[in-house]
Design a protein around this ligand. Structure first.
Ligand code: NAG
Ligand code: NAG
Ligand code: NAG
Ligand code: NAG
Ligand code: NAG
Ligand code: NAG
Ligand code: NAG
Ligand code: NAG
Ligand code: NAG
Length: 514
């Protein structure tokens, strides 16, 4: 096809205008801002080479991590994960149009310069997380009234918790102060951040009770204060009806889990383990139908588990109620929670036989029943062969004085194909060495300690390809444990521990039985 002369002319005009359009908004970089950036970069070094900030090019259009507004003022300084070492220069405080600052995942040290943020009134996003910044954060505040997101997590910041940040920055939606050294009580003040959606301050040294104004944060979706020293009851959180994630584990909370917890109808994760709660699991918790993770391990909860109706928790993936004082069997209703991947009920007073219905949990990869009064190990293992995805099976300290099946044919060669951790310690099992282990080629960790297993360890045993942790102590095994030179191939190959897939570490467990 021929393009006529006039059409060519038209095309030229279109190209010319699009050229103009693309470039008309890029002003040259403001010279003072450029000076401030260069001063900021002076104390910084990186094994990846210096920041690509060359004075021979325009800082708005070609400097690494820099963005400008229409007037050539610098609005964005975004250099995370650049392996930068050095300190933060006070010249940062001269970039007065800055709205987005991300220097996370570097190796920056030293204290933040006093008041460095106080002239940066346009700041919207500040991410200084995952560095090694020290000192009193309060002395570097305020951060301006437009701030919506502040992440200072994973540094070495000290001093009292800076609740006052909400006085000057009331529009905050995200506040992450986790993994620092803040101490003392959380002062009143956070209540002014009425838009706050995410509040994290886990892994600090915070103590005392939660300040009452936290319970007015109606927009809050994530509340994480895990691994601190906080006490008091959690009754107040019932007013935070938008909460999806509550992480309060590893504190000194007391009292009962609130009876009307179902008011938190959006709850997806309730992680309360390692506190000092008492009482029982309220029936209303079983109405939190969005629950995905529920951990109540390690305090004095009691009650008859069979009375709990889990059947509405169809999203539940992780359940840990270990180290409490529960009685009864695993509740039948649990087997209708088809999403379950991990169940931990260690160290309670549960009893009875495992129900064949457990095989309905097709995704189950972690099961820990240790330290209860379950019976019938023969049927238990036969039934669990039906859980094809099982990777970790901890049955220790149950089945007292029963006989552990020994025959090779007890399981078939194509069963337990994903099993990596098997603990059968402390059961006082009778019988010969379980020959059926021969079939479990994926086995990495085996605990048979504290039993009464007799006879010889079979010759094939040292050839299990993946085994790297073995405890046969305190048994009545005889003969020599003479292994061929090629025994335990996984013990010899470096990094075999890493082969243990992450998923079987879903819940903490203790392989040692004594
Ligand atoms: C900062 O950059 C890191 C690395 O790219 C990113 O993961 C993080 O989300 C950024 N921070 C914000 C607040 O966007
Ligand atoms: C900030 O800018 C002022 C003048 O605008 C200048 O005097 C001062 O030295 C600058 N500070 C830093 C640390 O660059
Ligand atoms: C805060 O944000 C608003 C809306 O984006 C803007 O008009 C205002 O200039 C900003 N304030 C500052 C101090 O930058
Ligand atoms: C804050 O930054 C850390 C990494 O430095 C990240 O893991 C965390 O998710 C961030 N917090 C929020 C609320 O995005
Ligand atoms: C931290 O800084 C704030 C504000 O400058 C000050 O009031 C407070 O006393 C300081 N705290 C410590 C422990 O130095
Ligand atoms: C945490 O609280 C416990 C008991 O109340 C106390 O012994 C301990 O010193 C506290 N630790 C910190 C870091 O505050
Ligand atoms: C835990 O609660 C019990 C009573 O319920 C109390 O005796 C004990 O001192 C509490 N422990 C801590 C560390 O607060
Ligand atoms: C759970 O929800 C059902 C239906 O919404 C309601 O009838 C029942 O009373 C609730 N149970 C508890 C203990 O809140
Ligand atoms: C467990 O419950 C029994 C009775 O139900 C009680 O005697 C025992 O003290 C409780 N144990 C703990 C640690 O609370």
């Amino acid at each position: 096809m021929q393009i006529s002369q006039s059409n060519r002319h038209l095309i030229f005009i279109i190209l010319w205008y699009s050229f103009l359009f693309c470039y008309q908004y890029t002003e040259a970089c403001n010279l003072q801002d450029q000076q401030s950036l260069l001063a900021f970069s002076e104390p910084l070094t990186s094994p990846l080479g210096p920041l690509k900030w060359s004075t021979s090019s325009d800082c708005c259009s070609s400097w690494e991590g820099i963005g400008c507004d229409d007037n050539g003022r610098i609005t964005r300084l975004w250099i995370p994960g650049r392996e930068l070492t050095g300190y933060i220069s006070s010249s940062l405080g001269n970039l007065t149009s800055l709205s987005q600052l991300n220097i996370s995942y570097n190796f920056l040290t030293g204290v933040l310069p006093a008041g460095v943020f106080s002239s940066l009134s346009s700041l919207d996003i500040v991410d200084i997380s995952s560095n090694r910044l020290r000192g009193n954060l309060s002395a570097s505040l305020p951060l301006g009234s437009n701030l919506t997101s502040f992440n200072a997590s994973n540094n070495e910041l000290t001093g009292h918790f800076p609740s006052s940040i909400c006085k000057t920055s009331p529009l905050l939606k995200t506040l992450d102060f986790s993994r620092n050294f803040f101490n003392g009580e959380i002062p009143v003040g956070l209540g002014r951040c009425s838009n706050l959606e995410v509040f994290r301050a886990d892994c600090n040294y915070l103590s005392g009770e939660l300040p009452g104004d936290i319970y007015s944060l109606q927009s809050l979706v994530v509340l994480s204060l895990a691994a601190n020293n906080i006490s008091g009851t959690i009754q107040g959180i019932l007013s935070l009806t938008n909460l999806k994630i509550i992480e309060l584990y590893g504190n000194y909370f007391t009292g009962e889990i609130p009876q009307d917890i179902a008011k938190l109808s959006k709850l997806e994760q309730l992680l309360l383990h390692l506190n000092n709660f008492s009482g029982s699991i309220p029936a209303s918790l079983m109405n939190c139908t969005q629950l995905i993770k529920l951990t109540l391990r390690g305090y004095n909860l009691q009650g008859y588990t069979s009375a709990l109706d889990f059947s509405r928790l169809v999203q539940l993936q992780i359940l840990d109620i270990g180290h409490n004082n529960f009685t009864g069997n695993l509740p039948q209703s649990l087997f209708s929670c088809k999403s379950l991947t991990a169940i931990g009920v260690a160290s309670n007073r549960l009893s009875g036989e495992i129900s064949p219905n457990i095989v309905e949990l097709k995704s189950l990869s972690f099961l820990c029943l240790s330290g209860n009064k379950f019976i019938n190990v023969f049927d238990t293992i036969r039934i669990l062969l039906g859980c094809k995805n099982l990777e970790t099976l901890i049955l220790s300290n149950n089945y007292y004085d029963e006989t552990l099946p020994a025959e090779k044919s007890f399981i078939g060669p194509a069963e337990f194909t994903n099993l990596q951790v098997l603990a059968l310690g402390g059961c006082n099992f009778r019988g010969r060495f379980p020959e059926w282990l021969l079939h479990i080629k994926s086995l990495g960790v085996l605990d048979l300690s504290y039993n009464q297993i007799t006879g010889r360890i079979p010759d094939w045993f040292g050839t299990l390809p993946s085994l790297f942790y073995l405890d046969l102590s305190v048994n009545r095994l005889s003969g020599e444990f003479a292994l061929p030179l090629n025994s335990f191939p996984a013990l010899k190959s470096e990094g075999s521990a890493h082969k243990l897939s992450q998923s079987n570490l879903k819940l903490p467990y203790n392989i040692q039985v004594n």
